[in-house]
Design a protein around this ligand. Structure first.
Ligand code: GLV
Length: 337
């Protein structure tokens, strides 16, 4: 009698040469949403008979989506953030959740720095102005921005990506302050040349503030009107974490009324929708959630998610020991490990 193979749902067509490794171990159900996203009902239907799922950050899975998924044992997220997954609900049902840290750290830090430079030095605004044919003569005070060198960089959230930003800042001659729930070991602070300060001090001191913290109910709108009011009117704000961390209406208001110089945003609370109040502003650089989007890194993320799923479902060389488990109580690495 042949042993029946586990069934795995592959929610998006992700690099067939890499995701094809799943076929060596499982019966793979491949699908694509009809529109931009699956409905909750579609996700539930795909999970009903699946033992595992490989999903991206736009597939939201919680109690409703797993209600009929009695066989589901593992969900591998192709992202470092996992706020799309209801960890307590999945954990309660014994479903292992994994993510893809490390492989995207440097690429994401690069994009954070690109947004910082673009916003502070008004690069996209300048290009639009030039293309609109507004450059009629050279003038001394056209499009004056703010320097990175010699300035103070504030980093909110000093995990792997925040540390990558801090290491880049040393090359730009910046002084780095950071705020994190827990202070980093001294050796890491020395390596990053970064000093831990309180949240309020970070807001007040930063010439440029970069957000690299996980999204949770506790961090939702942590950058609100009150936080923005503490920042320097010459400051730049960059968000490469999750849109919900910033109160976008308060941000748009501060940018429109000269209480903040510029912003660079890669993430939005209602993405892919971007608030018209932000779209109307020239002093904000907007990118469509592409921080980890280099070919090499996106391939590495898929590869890691495939490894995680194979191991979580008891196959391959790491059977039972997936490298990147995020829900507490399971074996494997913990978030931030
Ligand atoms: C991207 O936003 C990720 O969490 O990997």
């Amino acid at each position: 009698m042949t042993e029946s193979r586990s069934r795995v749902w592959l929610a998006r067509p992700l690099f067939a040469d890499i995701s094809g490794r799943l076929d060596e171990h499982f019966d793979v159900i491949r699908s694509e949403p009809a529109g931009e996203r699956y409905t909750s009902q579609e996700i539930a239907a795909h999970l009903t008979n699946a033992h595992g799922a490989l999903v991206t950050l736009v597939e939201r899975i919680g109690a409703a989506e797993i209600a009929t998924a009695s066989k589901l044992r593992a969900v591998a997220n192709v992202a470092v953030g996992y706020d799309n997954l209801d960890i307590p609900a999945l954990g309660e049902r014994g479903i292992v959740v994994t993510n893809t840290p490390d492989v995207l750290t440097e690429t994401t830090a690069d994009l954070g720095f690109a947004l910082l430079l673009a916003a502070a030095r008004r690069i996209t605004e300048a290009e639009r102005w030039l293309r609109e044919g507004q450059w009629r003569s050279w003038s001394f005070d056209t499009l004056l921005g703010h320097d990175l060198h010699g300035s103070t960089l504030g980093i909110l959230g000093m995990g792997r990506i925040g540390q990558g930003i801090a290491r880049r800042a040393t090359g730009f001659g910046m002084r780095t302050l950071y705020h994190n729930r827990t202070r980093l070991p001294e050796a890491v602070e020395r390596d990053c040349r970064a000093r831990h300060v309180g949240f309020a001090e970070l807001l007040v001191q930063a010439d440029h503030l970069l957000l690299a913290l996980p999204y949770s109910p506790q961090t939702r709108h942590i950058i609100d009107a009150a936080a923005l009011a503490r920042m320097k009117p010459t400051a730049t704000l960059v968000n490469i974490a999750r849109g919900g961390i910033v109160d976008e209406l308060a941000l748009a208001d501060a940018l429109a009324h000269g209480r903040l110089a510029a912003a660079g945003l890669d993430v939005y609370e209602g993405e892919p929708a971007v608030r018209p109040e932000l779209l109307a502003l020239r002093n904000v650089v907007l990118t469509p959630h592409i921080a980890s989007a280099s070919l090499g890194t996106r391939r590495a993320m898929v590869s890691l998610a495939v490894d995680n799923l194979i191991a979580a479902l008891g196959c391959g060389p790491r059977a039972g020991r997936p490298p990147n488990v995020v829900n507490p109580g399971f074996i494997g690495n913990r978030p931030g490990a």
